[in-house]
Design a protein around this ligand. Structure first.
Ligand code: GLN
Length: 491
């Protein structure tokens, strides 16, 4: 285990005091990414990145830079970018060149970040292992026989390997938090609607949310501030009333330290996690810095996985109807009729997991089953959300494990979709309620990283980030790195 200081914060300092230039950093990042053997990237864009880095150096010299200017980063390949393909991990979009940039891409470009490439992901963000990618599985950064988690597995693994200090992810039911926990990095799923979904390929629109993956909670606060904000091109994007995000952009984030009351949910499902020791040690660590803990009940939590898979699949089945072989995306050769065109284009373009979701989603929305599945799932979703609301009248935040176990072996759950879905046991509840949740590394179990999750009420990112920053001030789990070949470390 080695410790490094390869955070956005450290690099921003090195850039601003002239110890390194963005062009130098970017070249190193691209070289490191080229040597990647974990399959973290779907595409790299050297020319584009070097141009951005050159511009960033000019801005830094002219003292016209932001906190993020000149820092290399990568986007999950779900965000539309003009400069490269946007595949969403699918054969369906293998050659898709978006005519515009996603709002998140534009915002981070405007902040001066340098995008070195697009990261690998589960096809259409459906999965918990990154094995459903058309471009091949990503390998775990600490042990290549294992999965890195999904669907933002390429982003989490790229950060863990040190190719970039920061990458974007998306989280519909855990896809930022679960791979962050598996890979030993820090990830935030913000409140639903905080970050624009414009230009982010849709999976389940009532749940999809973009967010940052980085090495520290402090870095997440800074990158989140630049990613968030109202966008009229996304009808579910919220106008937030708090101004702390705007303040971060001009002044930086100085986390406060007020003691918080943290709820620990009790119940059968919490007794089954494999890394009880690491979790309990983390709780005591938080307690020793002044936070208090109380046990709470979230009675409907155990229904979250089936509810999520009914609703997410239903939404996916309608969202993915647009890939019909007519307008964009994969088209079969020599269609004999319109129906043949639809059928073969979709059969050839989508992988197995995506087809499974489309089939189950279409089924639950069909006449005769709609009330039994979709409507019922919506009612339970409301109950889960109400449980959280009731709990947050008593506590400031909740602490949960991020996952039931450590990363699992590549291939081990491929024939067992239900066990794969159970991986999301602790992440889907916050997604269904649309509330913010982050995962921070809290130790190791069987030599693999594990994470804990902090969840807060809507728009309470500041609270959970502050608790996380404090934890990371007193611990070093987030700085533990695999035997890295990151040449960026020398900066
Ligand atoms: N693992 C979950 C799924 O397969 C979550 C995916 C996500 O958050 N994008 O749907």
């Amino acid at each position: 285990m080695t410790q490094t200081q390869f955070t956005i914060k450290a690099l921003a300092e090195a850039l601003s005091n002239g110890k390194v230039s963005s062009v130098e950093l970017t070249k190193e990042a691209i070289n490191a990414a080229r040597g990647d053997t974990n399959n973290c990237f779907i595409s790299l864009s050297e020319e584009h990145a070097l141009q951005q880095a050159h511009d960033a150096d000019v801005q830094i010299r002219n003292k016209a830079s932001s906190f993020l200017t000149g820092i290399p980063m990568a986007h999950k390949d779900i965000f539309c970018t003009k400069h490269s393909t946007t595949t969403c991990g699918s054969k369906m979009l293998e050659n898709f060149a978006a005519p515009y940039d996603a709002t998140v891409v534009r915002k981070l470009d405007d902040a001066g970040m340098v995008c070195i490439g697009k990261t690998n992901m589960d096809e259409f963000a459906m999965g918990s292992s990154n094995e459903s990618s058309f471009f091949g599985a990503v390998h775990h950064p600490w042990d290549s026989d294992y999965v890195p988690g999904g669907s933002s597995g390429g982003s989490a693994a790229a950060v863990a390997k040190g190719y970039v200090p920061f990458a974007t992810g998306t989280d519909t039911g855990g896809s930022i938090r679960q791979p962050s926990a598996f890979c030993g990095v820090t990830g935030l799923k913000p409140t639903y609607g905080s970050i624009s979904r414009f230009g982010m390929v849709a999976f389940a629109s009532s749940l999809d949310q973009a967010g940052p993956i980085g090495l520290s909670a402090l870095d997440l606060a800074h990158s989140f501030a630049f990613m968030a904000g109202f966008d009229k091109r996304d009808s579910t994007c919220a106008k937030r009333r708090d101004d702390w995000l705007d303040r971060i952009k001009s002044e930086g984030f100085t986390p406060g330290h007020s003691p918080k009351k943290i709820g620990l949910p009790r119940g059968r499902i919490f007794n089954e996690i494999s890394y009880q020791n690491a979790f309990e040690t983390a709780r005591r660590q938080l307690e020793s810095s002044g936070h208090s803990f109380v046990e709470v009940d979230l009675p409907n939590l155990e229904h979250a996985v089936p509810v999520y898979y009914v609703l997410a699949s239903a939404e996916a089945s309608t969202n993915l109807a647009r890939y019909d072989g007519v307008r964009f995306g994969h088209r079969c050769n020599d269609p004999r009729s319109l129906e043949d065109l639809y059928r073969r284009s979709r059969s050839e373009g989508f992988g197995e997991e995506v087809k499974r979701r489309i089939l189950t989603g279409t089924y639950t929305l069909s006449v005769g089953y709609f009330d039994d599945y979709y409507v019922k799932a919506q009612k339970i979703r409301r109950k889960i959300s109400d449980d959280f609301t009731a709990t947050f009248s008593k506590v400031d935040a909740l602490m949960l494990p991020t996952t039931p176990d450590t990363a699992f072996k590549l291939g081990s759950l491929n024939d067992d979709p239900v066990s794969m879905y159970q991986q999301d046991l602790f992440t889907v509840p916050a997604s269904l309620a649309g509330i913010p949740a982050l995962s921070i590394p809290c130790g190791f179990h069987n030599d693999l990283p594990v994470g804990l999750q902090l969840i807060g009420p809507a728009n309470s990112e500041k609270t959970i980030l502050e608790i996380a920053c404090e934890y990371q001030k007193n611990t070093t789990w987030h700085l533990a790195r695999p035997h890295s070949n990151s040449v960026l470390e020398k900066f």
